[in-house]
Every structure is written in structure tokens, then in C-alpha cells.
Design a protein around this ligand. Structure first.
Ligand SMILES: [Zn+2]
Length: 297
């Protein structure tokens, strides 16, 4: 009964309504997702679709209801389809209502923590994708992942003594943690390449007086993100689950998550590929040229 009352109470918070933006298929996540594309050519069409069915709320309200713990930076409530995000991760305008901030807007509100906040948001949005697509077995890629999780994650959870009623939750968490790591690696690489080239990632302004005048990568890495992105632990209901206890299962689980990401997201395959994409980016290249001709201070 309490559950029903709460659901109604949250739904009644129309100020946090999801689909307030202008265009028909715009959601509270559209501007954020567009900024991921602009920064690093990351595309997540299914997150866009799932986001349209979710609401945004700020923690203070839900904490009072006891839905999330007071120290959580963000959460997804799959029962009310509500993304609970810190106020600095969202922005409210008269025209758009409350939406997720873009990467650039997060940099203004949270400085260097912007990438961390962006990956946290991506984690929570991934829970929505899990809920609406993966768990439903919407495509053959989803069904393949569920099947592979059954064979790899379930035994790992069992040996970690995760109670049966939390196993379901653990699947969604592992999925979200993997997505968080993958997107985090790509965003971090983009920031490092831009900074190494003398550009501030948040607005492409010049950060040094002497500029190379071209894009450069001080730490090139040709390895595929399939190797670099990893979920090693998952935090489920206050418990840390070590997924590395069986190396073979851990590897198979991560391989399956990567395969699934290839089918459901679009993103550069490696830091080298990302570098080449940035080199083709008109905004980046003209910013570099502008900086190169600026007189030293
Ligand atoms: Zn989570």
C-alpha cells in the first residue's frame, strides 16, 4: 500500500515532468546525449528512447520519502521510472523545464568533476535502457546478453553470496557499471587529447600561450575499448561484489557486455580512432588554429 501511495506522490510532482522540451521526441536527456555526440561521437539511441519514459527528481524530495539513501549521488528507481539526480547535474529553464545538463553545462556547475558526473548520469540512464529494452529481451543482442549473464554473472553472484532477491538488481547494476566505465574512458580520452592540444574541453578556449597549432595526443593508445573497458566490481544494496574472483567468467562477462554495446551504442573503437574523429571535427580544428595565432601573453 505504501508503495502505491509513493508512486502516486512522485508522479504528482509535475514540475519534474520528463517530456517538457519542444520537439516531439526531445526528452530531458536529449541535450546531454547530443553533447556526448559532439564531444566524442558517442550515440545512444535507445537511452534517448528510454529517457522519454522516465522522470527526473532531485534527491532531497525522495530522501524524505526514504526511496534513496542520503549519500547517493544519483539513483534510478525502476519502480517509479525516476532518475534521481543531484541538482548540479540538471538545469531548469522556462522553455525546457528540468533536463540533464550538457557536458559543457556540467563543467560550469561542477568544474573538473564534469566527466565523473556525466558518467554517473550515463550509469543511471543505462538502468532505464536495461529496464525498457535489455531486460525485456527486445533484440537478439539483448537476449544474447541476458543468456551470457545467466552463465557468467549468476555463478559469480552465487559465490559472492548475493541473496537471490538481489540477483536481478545485480544484473542491472553490472550493466550500468560497464556502460559507465566505457563512456568514462572515452570522455576522459577526449578531454586528455583536447587538453594536450591546448584546448579547454568545456568550451574549446585556449588554455596555454604556446599552442602546437594541431591536434596532438601525449598518451596515444591504440588498444580497443573492448580491452580497456571493464567492470570489476559492482555495488549492490550496500555490498561490494567482486567480479574478478573467476578470471574466465569475468572475461566472458565483459566480452558479452562489449558485444552488446557494439550492437546498441555507437562510439569510437579506440583512443586512436577518437583522435582521428577529433581531427575531422571542424570546431576543434578551427579552435586550434585560432589559438595558434594568438599572441603570447
Ligand atoms: Zn546503479
Amino acid at each position: 500500500m505504501q508503495a502505491i501511495i509513493l508512486k502516486v506522490a512522485i508522479a504528482a510532482l509535475t514540475v519534474f515532468s520528463a517530456s517538457v522540451a519542444g520537439a516531439e521526441n526531445e526528452t530531458h536527456a536529449s541535450a546531454f546525449l547530443q553533447s556526448l555526440f559532439n564531444r566524442a561521437r558517442i550515440e545512444a539511441p535507445r537511452i534517448q528512447a528510454a529517457a522519454g519514459q522516465t522522470l527526473i527528481a532531485h534527491p532531497s524530495l525522495l530522501q524524505r520519502w526514504g526511496v534513496i539513501s542520503a549519500d547517493a549521488a544519483a539513483a534510478y528507481n525502476d519502480w517509479t521510472n525516476t532518475l534521481v539526480l543531484q541538482p548540479e547535474m540538471t538545469i531548469t529553464t522556462e522553455r525546457e523545464g528540468t533536463r540533464i545538463r550538457t557536458l559543457e553545462e556540467m563543467a560550469l556547475s561542477t568544474g573538473t568533476a564534469a566527466n565523473v558526473n556525466a558518467t554517473t548520469v550515463f550509469h543511471e540512464l543505462s538502468h532505464a535502457e536495461w529496464d525498457f529494452f535489455v531486460e525485456e529481451g527486445a533484440t537478439s543482442a539483448d537476449r544474447a546478453l541476458l543468456n551470457e549473464m545467466e552463465q557468467t554473472l549468476r555463478p559469480l553472484l552465487k559465490s559472492s553470496a548475493v541473496p537471490f532477491y538481489n540477483q536481478h538488481l545485480a544484473e542491472s547494476e553490472v550493466f550500468a557499471y560497464y556502460r559507465e566505465d566505457l563512456i568514462g574512458q572515452i570522455l576522459q580520452d577526449a578531454s586528455e587529447i583536447l587538453l594536450g592540444s591546448g584546448l579547454d574541453p568545456k568550451d574549446l578556449s585556449c588554455v596555454r600561450t604556446r599552442h602546437p597549432g594541431k591536434l596532438r595526443d601525449l598518451m596515444p593508445d591504440p588498444r580497443d575499448y573492448a580491452i580497456r573497458a571493464r567492470v570489476d566490481t559492482a555495488w549492490v544494496q550496500g555490498k561490494d561484489i567482486d567480479l574478478t574472483q573467476d578470471q574466465d567468467l569475468h572475461r566472458r562477462l565483459n566480452d558479452a557486455l562489449y558485444e552488446h554495446s557494439l550492437e546498441t551504442l555507437r562510439f569510437p573503437s579506440s583512443r586512436t580512432a577518437l583522435f582521428q574523429i577529433l581531427e575531422q571535427d571542424q570546431r576543434v580544428m578551427s579552435a586550434l588554429l585560432d589559438c595558434a595565432v594568438q599572441p603570447p601573453i
